[in-house]
Design a protein around this ligand. Structure first.
Ligand SMILES: Nc1ncnc2c1ncn2[C@@H]1O[C@H](COP(=O)(O)OP(=O)(O)OP(=O)(O)O)[C@@H](O)[C@H]1O
Ligand SMILES: [Mg+2]
Length: 240
């Protein structure tokens, strides 16, 4: 039985390059909560969110949004239903202006709604306001991450899947971004936060899932996970 408010991943199997990379992955994300997805390099974190967002195909299993299956829909259709992905790598459209980066993310919206959506993003990230006309490629790493989160927010998602929030960013920027995620969760958004390093994620997440070699090896509260160091220890040694 699926929670009628959740984003539910059920029994996902995924292959990439002809090799199985996800084995029977099930996890659930609640609105108004940050959930951490952690695990070593190659554990399958990105594959899980790419599959949930419709960016890579499922071999079997399903994804339900508020009880309704969304797996099999296109990535665009899934985004329109309310599941937005912030992909890893901080890849903005570097030759386009910051404003155009935000506007293209709203190309599926009626024109009159795009400006309001961009204004909502600028209210969260006022740092971007003075940068709107410059090419996004010229931004700092932290500002690029703001643009990518902003792109995801343009469609006012119910759930946002953030792949590697902190990679390569200075700790002060990471704390600043983490505060924004907490603000969004307080307003009711469900947020999945992928992190290779656990300190930040477990500090701000209520629940956590740990992956190891394409499998879920722990699902529970962050508190439970922090109390049992053997799970994380094993997950980070299992990089083979
Ligand atoms: N484009 C691809 N083609 C084929 N195999 C891939 C591709 N991307 C990832 N893989 C493989 O899928 C498995 C899971 O990788 P994935 O990127 O999901 O892990 P991850 O947990 O996100 O790792 P990282 O912390 O390095 O981002 C790995 O074995 C990886 O080599
Ligand atoms: Mg990854």
């Amino acid at each position: 039985m699926s929670d009628q408010t959740a984003l539910d991943i059920q029994n996902l199997y995924v292959e990439r390059g002809g090799k199985p990379v996800l084995h029977d992955i099930s996890m659930s994300f609640l609105p108004g909560e940050i959930t951490a997805l952690i695990g070593a390099n190659g554990a399958g974190k990105s594959s899980t969110v790419l599959a949930a967002a419709g960016a890579i195909p499922l071999k079997s299993g399903q994804v339900l949004l508020e009880g309704t299956p969304i797996s099999g829909l296109s990535a665009d259709a899934i985004r329109r239903r309310g599941v937005a992905l912030v992909p890893e790598g901080h890849n903005v459209l570097s030759t386009l202006s910051v404003l155009d980066n935000l506007r293209v993310a709203g190309s599926h919206l009626p024109a009159k709604h795009i400006n309001a959506a961009v204004d909502r993003v600028l209210a969260l990230f006022p740092e971007l306001s003075s940068r709107l006309p410059i090419p996004a490629g010229a931004l700092s790493g932290g500002q690029k991450q703001m643009v990518l989160i902003g792109q995801a927010l343009i469609s006012a998602p119910k759930f946002m899947l953030v792949d590697e929030l902190s990679l390569g960013l200075a700790p002060t920027i990471v704390s600043r971004l983490a505060e924004t995620l907490q603000e969004l969760a307080n307003e009711g958004m469900g947020i999945l936060l992928i992190e290779q390093f656990t300190t930040l994620a477990l500090k701000i997440a209520e629940h956590a899932h740990v992956m190891e070699r394409g499998r879920v090896v722990f699902s529970g509260t962050s508190k439970e996970l922090l109390a049992d160091s053997s799970i994380l220890h094993s997950a980070y040694l299992a990089t083979g």
